[in-house]
Design a protein. Structure first.
Length: 423
């Protein structure tokens, strides 16, 4: 499938607006990183605990912050977007006793927003085995005793229902539709359990030492990827092609990280995976363009480099639009509908695909043109009129004056007689 045929766009003639845009985005991103002291790292890299809590009724975030501040916890509380019930993510930046801090957070929130247990089991916090132990005796007392396999199936079905509803059962009556919940079982559940209006959905705990090690390995992974690609392109093409491609990839990565800083988004391990994907994607797009330039250099030997690059980009335009366009649509779908978990990953892909596509043409290609012009100027330093010092011309040697030659006179009388006498 080919969308564009025989196009003749002057891409390099319009390079300066894109170069200026790249400079502005790079400067803005680096300025933001400088003011914020670096990118906003997730707990994967700096260590800490991330606790996602769901509520039956959303409490004000300021009230949650006040409850945790009263306990002296250094926590960052944010609303979690993307799901109706997953309301708050609590990012605890404690280096020591992370598990203790987690338990303190859960106890504090339960005391502020939960309901008293009154001797019952919290069905939103207990596991399948704990729920089975809590129901075994009451079910036998109510005449609805179940064999152990049946009881295991019942509790597993209840846990699956809770998982499908964002980890929160609002009322016990909601369990009527669960397989195995008969009216007698439902009455026992109401007597032995209660639904707390909040539940911990997810807990991630990473120590500071592990976070620092992950950060170091992530940086090395990106650098190794760039170094390996530089060696490959320098071997496959020429070293200037490899340098241009690596500069373009650095350009894409720096702008993407700068946009993360500008939009105050966290950089986690999934974002690093997206950056490595971006490195490979941008490099592949650049290699396709460079390969077409190399082929045209063999065919059109007398053509200047800039028109030849324009021709090569036009020839690969259809392929670039198809691959970049379809990949961008997929990344946009993840960004819009993927939820909070995939938000950082998809945001990096969207930014990277857009920036990486135009950098192959407006960043890598101009580097080739600049280098070619630089080498030509070194080969012909005197070309171009007044450029270069003038070489003095040696003056002509003086010409000696000619010696007059005497012309012999001939007597007219002797000529008539047939004999000429020279005087």
């Amino acid at each position: 499938m080919e969308l564009f045929r025989n196009t003749n766009y002057d891409f390099l003639g319009k390079k300066w607006p894109f170069i200026i845009l790249s400079l502005i985005l790079t400067a803005a991103g680096l300025t933001s990183l400088a003011f914020k002291g670096g990118p906003r790292l997730g707990i994967d890299f700096r260590g800490g605990a991330l606790i996602t809590v769901t509520f039956a009724q959303r409490p004000p975030v300021d009230k949650v912050r006040a409850v945790l501040d009263a306990k002296g916890l250094n926590a960052d509380v944010q609303e979690v977007q993307g799901k109706q019930d997953d309301i708050i993510g609590i990012d605890v930046r404690e280096d020591k006793a992370l598990q203790a801090a987690r338990q303190t957070i859960v106890d504090s929130l339960d005391a502020a927003f939960g309901q008293p247990a009154n001797g019952k089991v919290n069905i939103n916090a207990v596991g399948a085995s704990g729920l089975a132990d809590a129901l075994r005796v009451p079910l036998q007392s109510a005449g609805a005793g179940l064999a152990d396999p049946q009881l295991v199936d019942l509790t597993n079905n209840i846990m699956e229902y809770r998982k499908q509803h964002s980890g929160l059962i609002h009322t016990i009556d909601d369990l009527r539709s669960v397989a195995g919940v008969t009216p007698k079982v439902l009455d026992v559940l109401k007597q032995a359990t209660y639904p707390d209006p909040l539940a911990v959905v997810q807990v991630e705990v990473v120590g500071a030492r592990i976070g620092a090690e992950l950060q170091r390995k992530a940086i090395l992974a990106v650098l190794y990827a760039l170094g390996g690609m530089l060696v490959y392109i320098a071997f496959r093409f020429e070293w200037i092609y490899g340098a241009a491609a690596v500069v373009a990839v650095f350009h894409d990565t720096i702008i993407t990280i700068g946009l993360f800083s500008l939009f105050n988004k966290e950089i986690s391990l999934t974002v690093v995976a997206a950056l490595l994907t971006l490195v490979g994607y941008s490099m592949n797009d650049t290699i396709v363009t460079f390969d077409r330039i190399r082929e045209n250099l063999k065919i059109l030997r007398r053509e200047k480099l800039e028109p030849l690059i324009n021709l090569s980009v036009n020839q690969t335009l259809s392929r670039t639009v198809l691959t970049s366009g379809l990949t961008l649509l997929t990344a946009l779908a993840l960004f819009l509908f993927g939820g909070q978990v995939l938000n950082g990953f998809s945001f990096a892909l969207v930014c990277g695909i857009i920036v990486g596509t135009y950098s192959s043409v407006y960043v890598a290609a101009p580097i080739l043109v600049f280098f070619n012009n630089f080498m030509e100027s070194r080969k012909h330093p005197l070309s171009g009129g007044s450029s270069g010092p003038k070489v003095p011309v040696a003056p002509k040697a003086p010409v000696a004056p000619k010696t007059p030659v005497a012309t012999p006179k001939v007597s007219k009388q002797n000529v008539r007689g047939g004999t000429a006498k020279v005087k």
